[in-house]
Ligand binder design. Structure first.
Ligand code: ADP
Ligand code: MG
Length: 234
């Protein structure tokens, strides 16, 4: 970060001129072709685009789960393309939370244990992780589901546990890939509410891929992918 610059002046995640293509037989299939996007602290952004247009690809690149063919991903102003695997893993663990369409919780562990795990991997004391996990789950309305295993929870509850796990290490950015895609409208509404509430409470930068225009309408900003570029909607 430049001297004198404040954290608010720098996007939490900045995607610069991102290019990504896959080979389909002999022909390249260009998915992202110079995509640019800034995610800011405390702002929720909906990524609304048809299936197959590159939403998951963009989220994976923003979350350092996948590398672009060209372009740069900046996290808190720092370029990431030259980092070692260990350094990238560290950023993923500490600075980025990811929520998938299916909850991907560990079935043998309770809700509270699923939220404790990323904190224990980070090296926090067990007692601290219990306290923090309980607080986050309570905040998300799951105070009386702490000991339940994923199979004993409803779809919406499972997704809220997955959200709690994603924010357990207080990330700077929360990336969600169609997090309500498997939920009925009422439950989806509830999960979205939880996400929006978290952005305001924790000042995290959030990017959500979704097909749901009604829910996207409640985000601070809406973007789409057109011909491999990011375009602002409205
Ligand atoms: P979305 O999430 O918007 O549905 P994706 O980012 O998953 O889109 O995929 C964009 C396009 O890239 C799709 O046409 C998909 O088939 C293709 N694609 C994604 N991952 C791969 C891969 N690993 N190899 C080849 N093609 C891929
Ligand atoms: Mg997808």
């Amino acid at each position: 970060m430049a001297e004198g610059a404040k954290a608010q002046d720098v996007p939490v995640v900045y995607l610069h001129e991102i290019k990504r293509q896959y080979m389909q037989g002999d022909a390249p299939l260009v998915i992202l072709d110079g995509a640019k996007l800034a995610l800011w602290a405390g702002q929720s952004v909906a990524l609304v685009a048809p299936s197959g247009s590159g939403k998951s690809t963009l989220l994976h690149i923003a979350g350092l789960l996948e590398s672009p063919d060209d372009g740069e991903v900046y996290v808190a102003g720092a370029p990431t393309s030259q980092l070692s695997d260990v350094e990238r893993t560290q950023i993923r663990r500490n600075d980025i939370g990811f929520v998938y369409q299916s909850h991907r919780l560990l079935p043998e562990f309770s809700a509270v244990e699923n939220v404790m795990l990323p904190q224990m991997i980070r090296g926090l004391k067990r007692s601290e992780t219990v306290k923090r996990s309980t607080e986050i789950l309570t905040y998300l309305g799951l105070a009386d589901r702490l000991k339940h295993r994923p199979a004993e929870l409803s779809g919406g509850e499972q997704q809220r546990v997955a959200i709690a796990r994603a924010v357990a290490n207080a990330p700077r950015a929360l990336l969600a890939d169609e997090p309500t895609g498997n939920l009925d409208p009422n439950t989806a509404d509830h999960v979205f509410q939880a996400l929006v509430q978290l952005v305001k409470a924790t000042n995290v930068a959030m990017l959500i891929a979704t097909h749901n225009m009604e829910l996207a309408g409640r985000m601070d900003r809406r973007v789409s992918i057109v011909d491999g570029h990011i375009v602002e909607l409205e």
